[in-house]
Design a protein around this ligand. Structure first.
Ligand SMILES: C[S@@+](CC[C@H](N)C(=O)[O-])C[C@H]1O[C@@H](n2cnc3c(N)ncnc32)[C@H](O)[C@@H]1O
Length: 212
């Protein structure tokens, strides 16, 4: 049996390299922001890019921009008429995000909205092919309910961190709101027959949902 670390290296050695510009954004995030673990990173970034190449979305919505890393990964696969709306509530991140978008050849396909995800979603008059939910874990149910009517039939919702560092499996009842709400979201999605879903054990858990 190999250690997790060895397996992680093997996986990355057999996956496309992190594009140079995204590696820079990743490094700068580690140098300049607190909680750099929030950034999707090399493997999940390549998965997001690959999904977008497969789905070929024209309109994407992201909840939770952080450094702009995941938005730029998804933007790689969009044509010049494609657009990603990304929402971030922390206005102290605005300059850093805009700097990262401006330095990328794909940055012009990303529109940043500074504000609360739930209220900003209501102002967007778009139908989305793909939504990436990655903001406040306590609001996942509310995000799902707010975005579902705006997703086209056959469109996709990706929800990140649905394994929540393994806390969804702890035998004792959780008492932190984030774990409680992630578990409630996972159970709701699992029992919902109006959607197709698969929970991938990628990084911290990535649930893929298809609207029927
Ligand atoms: C996990 S990070 C996003 C990481 C990014 N999507 C990536 O993969 O590189 C979550 C982000 O959501 C933002 N956030 C949290 N609550 C929010 C809210 N209510 N509305 C908008 N953004 C929110 C946080 O400030 C943080 O930057």
């Amino acid at each position: 049996m190999t250690s997790d670390n060895t397996l992680d290296h093997y996986i990355l050695d057999h996956t496309d390299a992190e594009p140079a510009y995204l590696a820079k954004v990743n490094r700068d995030t580690h140098l300049r922001l607190i909680n750099p673990r929030m950034l999707s990173g090399h493997l999940q970034g390549r998965v997001l890019s690959m999904f977008c190449h497969m789905v070929r979305p024209h309109r994407v919505l992201e909840l939770g921009t952080y450094a702009g890393y995941s938005a730029l990964c998804m933007a790689e696969a969009l044509g010049d008429d494609g657009l990603i709306h990304t929402i971030e509530c922390d206005d102290e991140l605005e300059d850093f995000i805009l700097e990262n978008l401006a330095g990328s050849e794909h940055g012009h396909k990303v529109k940043l909205h500074i504000g609360d995800a739930l209220s900003t979603i209501q102002k967007l008059d778009e139908t989305f092919d793909l939504v990436f939910i990655d903001a406040d874990k306590r609001e996942y149910m509310a995000y799902y309910e707010a975005v579902l009517p705006k997703v086209r039939q056959g469109g996709f919702i990706l929800a990140d961190n649905t394994l929540w560092d393994g806390k969804v499996l702890e035998p004792v009842e959780p008492n932190d709101k984030q774990t409680i709400e992630i578990m409630r979201f996972n159970d709701f999605i699992a029992s919902n027959t109006r959607i197709e879903k698969v929970l991938l054990p990628l990084r911290d858990g990535l649930t893929i949902i298809r609207k029927l």
